[in-house]
Design a protein around this ligand. Structure first.
Ligand code: SF4
Ligand code: SF4
Length: 465
């Protein structure tokens, strides 16, 4: 670029998907159906199937996975967590984080290349669909007829619409989504707007944004530099074997010719790369370890009669002739921390009460003085049955100075259900000390026919005058 050019020219390579003038360089990766592509296809379709059936799976009437935003509940493998269970939720999140740290330290970006929905859907659903409709022109970089482009957008849009419904089922349950789908949008405008919004976002991502999601938006990709070390598994180019690279020529075999590495500089590894990089430039943040370049290079090596594996799964140390080595401080520390967190989590889980009781704010007058001199106070609670069966709760006070009036008791509550109720407390003035009295409430589910053993729900609760 000349000095008087109005364009700023970066001194170094900035992004694989940027042209020199800052415009987007569209990546149209070629596909080589090698052994790694086939293995990933099996995993990808298993995951697509799993993603679609998971919202429907229920065990003992509980979903396997559900993030119920309206009820503020998160169900994970049939265990339901509420926002009040902060310790359990924190431990669950820490388990996920340390699990990711360990997986990345050992196997590099295996999640990005094999399991991430972005990669799975883009490489095994949307790109093949687009290629099938657009025909060979797309791969050759030639203009695709407008009717084919429209057809491709419509078909991909329909797939996104289905995926948006499935996605929503993780939040509200599949029955609701099905019911919404079969009724008029005017009956559930919020649900309809969410589905349309998610569909539009998915279309934007899978039809336009694509690899930019991995390169620019995904925080996990950005964390790679600290999560990987020199012994982590990566997809890498064997520079010692491949360099100096050079085109295949008869001269290469001739006596006295300059020594040449195994890389014939054919560019296939770049042509198949979904993020548009050249793996021969070393480990790069854009590399999602998808193995496409392994298949491409292996196919080239087969053709030129050289051993496979010029690009292969290895580690930075392994590629430089060192040992792979799974044992190192971080791969020992992460499992140790995980064992501690999971043990704490399991311990907390087994200690969960069969019911939770939360006090609620009462509106209106805090207390009333009755004609007989007693003080009448109203307290409110929310009781949740956390067990798997219907239970009938009773309320009483062990201190006979307190008279409780609770018309909703005995109160039957279904499994996983919550009920709000109020209790009117009548007590003589003497029990109050500076406007406060401790009322020893005792909640039991002992009157339930199937569960004769009384279970106390924690108390006592303070009643302010
Ligand atoms: S595919 Fe293999 S031989 Fe071809 S340029 Fe890439 S590394 Fe070199
Ligand atoms: S460099 Fe290879 S492994 Fe990395 S993203 Fe590109 S094709 Fe996939």
């Amino acid at each position: 670029m000349s000095d008087d050019s109005p364009l700023l020219s970066p001194e170094e390579h900035v992004l694989s998907t940027l042209n020199q003038d800052g415009s987007r360089r569209w990546v149209r990766p070629r596909i080589v159906h090698g052994k790694w592509w086939k293995r990933r296809a099996v995993v990808a379709w298993a995951l697509i199937l799993l993603f679609n059936i998971l919202p429907w799976v229920q065990i003992a009437g509980k979903p396997l996975l559900r993030l119920d935003v309206v009820a503020r509940e998160f169900t994970f493998f049939t265990v339901t967590f509420r926002p009040t269970e902060t310790l359990l939720l924190t431990l669950l999140l820490l388990t996920v984080f340390f699990g990711i740290f360990l997986m990345t330290a050992l196997f590099g970006r295996v999640w990005c290349g094999w399991g991430c929905p972005q990669t799975v859907y883009l490489e095994y659903l949307f790109r093949p669909l687009e290629k099938w409709i657009a025909g060979p022109n797309l791969a050759k970089g030639k203009p695709v007829p407008i009717e084919r482009r429209v057809m491709s957008i419509v078909l991909c849009g329909l797939v996104c619409l289905h995926l948006a419904h499935t996605f929503l089922a993780y939040f509200v349950g599949p029955q609701e989504v099905l019911q919404w789908s079969l009724s008029s949008p005017s009956e559930h405008p919020a649900g309809f707007a969410i589905v349309m919004g998610v569909t539009a976002l998915m279309m934007f991502d899978f039809l336009y944004f694509r690899e930019q999601m991995c390169i620019l938006a995904c925080p996990y990709g950005r964390l790679q530099s600290v999560l990987l070390d020199r012994k982590s598994l990566i997809v890498g180019y064997d520079e010692k074997r491949g360099e100096p690279r050079g085109k295949l020529s008869k001269k290469g075999a001739a006596e006295g010719a300059a020594p040449q590495g195994d890389c014939i500089d054919c560019g296939w590894c770049s042509a198949v790369c979904p993020t548009g990089i050249d793996i021969r430039n070393g480990l790069q943040m854009e590399c999602i370890h998808c193995t496409e370049c392994i298949d491409a290079c292996d196919a080239v090596m087969d053709k030129v009669g050289k051993p496979r594996g010029l690009i292969r799964y290895s580690s930075q140390d392994g590629l430089e002739g060192g040992k792979m080595g799974f044992l190192r401080p971080r791969t020992l520390l992460y499992p140790l921390v995980l064992v501690v967190i999971i043990s704490l989590f399991a311990w907390q889980l087994t200690g969960l009460e069969s019911a939770t009781l939360l006090p609620r704010r009462v509106q209106g007058q805090p207390y009333t003085k009755l004609e007989d001199g007693r003080i009448q106070t109203t307290v409110a609670f929310s009781l949740e049955n956390r067990s798997e069966e219907t239970r009938t709760y009773q309320i009483a006070s062990d201190d006979e100075r307190f008279e409780l009036r609770a018309p909703t008791f005995p109160m039957k509550v279904g499994p996983g259900e919550s009920r709000d109720f109020v209790v009117v407390v009548l007590a003589p003035l003497e029990v109050y000390d500076r406007g406060k009295a401790e009322v020893p409430f005792r909640f039991t589910d002992g009157v339930d026919f199937d569960h004769p053993m009384p279970r106390n729900v924690p108390g006592p609760y303070s009643v302010s005058r």
